[in-house]
Design a protein around this ligand. Sequence first.
Ligand SMILES: Cc1ncc(C[n+]2csc(CCOP(=O)(O)OP(=O)(O)O)c2C)c(N)n1
Ligand code: SF4
Length: 250
Amino acid sequence: MALVPNMPQVWRQETKPHKFCPGCGHGLVLKTLGECIDELGIQDRVIFGCDIGCSLLSYDFFNVDTVQTHHGRTTPVLTGIKRARPDRICIAYMGDGGGYAIGSQHLVNAASRNEKITVLLANNCNYGMTGGQMAPTTLPGMKTETSPYGRDVEQTGNPTQGPEMVAAITPENAYVARGTIANLRQLKRMIKKALETQINGVGFSFVEALSACPTNWRTNAKDTWHFVEKEMTQYFKVGEKKVPPEKEEQ
Ligand SMILES: Cc1ncc(C[n+]2csc(CCOP(=O)(O)OP(=O)(O)O)c2C)c(N)n1
Ligand code: SF4
């Protein structure tokens, strides 16, 4: 990312170590977002918001204006900022707990109002920061701290299908997709299209990224990738769910 003049030497470094656990997916999602911001040349216009949860560890990840919000409240905070400053590119970043549990009403409201913000959500099938409790996205039969015998879908329902839900309630000019850390080129194309949807002032944009939490999954590298690529995709289908229609040439 471009350097800011007059910053202390330590902050001027272009990269620094992130704070996530080894093998965590958040770093991959955020690096991909950073590449999109750089390639679109919007660093000076971006306002980045991160939730409570492990997403908050990104509060000093980027050299952009950043706000860290309460759990689940990143979508309305960024909606408010966008309404006050429509010239800014507002990006709300959160986990599946922040977006689909405590913040689900905000996601529904912002999506159905077609707010001109971009929501990027890392789905790791559990509440990572608090020690791996069951989340709306926990897979059927998956063991977590609060489902030690495996998630019972008869009692707790099926995993939340976030992008499918957002696609169902947004107008046709929204952008909605599900990517994965297992295919970062595709995820980058999706995040870029989401940001372009906001840059063009078209509509709401939402990208869920299938992510990894090896610490709470208690998986080694091989099993982590197997879970992301084979287990999660049985329930969460990767792909674009809604793409704004091409503008006709005048
Ligand atoms: C209002 C409120 N309720 C509950 C919590 C406790 N809490 C902190 S992080 C978290 C869940 C985080 O899970 P997720 O949003 O999926 O993000 P992850 O850590 O997995 O990236 C919870 C329940 C809180 N901080 N504030
Ligand atoms: S607890 Fe999970 S989501 Fe949080 S930093 Fe560690 S691996 Fe990532």
